[in-house]
Design a protein around this ligand. Sequence first.
Ligand code: ZN
Length: 69
Amino acid sequence: MSKAHRGKGIRELAFHGRGECPVCKRTNVKILYEQESGGVKIKICKTCRAAVKHGKKSLPVIAAEAAAT
Ligand SMILES: [Zn+2]
């Protein structure tokens, strides 16, 4: 399972794993990193995953939305 976020591995994904990141709202970035937010797993981009990991960003909005619906 090396290079899970690069090359052939992401070619089969829709839009090659690219899309809009729910955290930073940037478009056409690779959304390949799973983060748990209030029991819900969401996919975010690389930079946001790093930011969340270091406590610089959080994912409360998505969790609240998921709980409401
Ligand atoms: Zn992001």
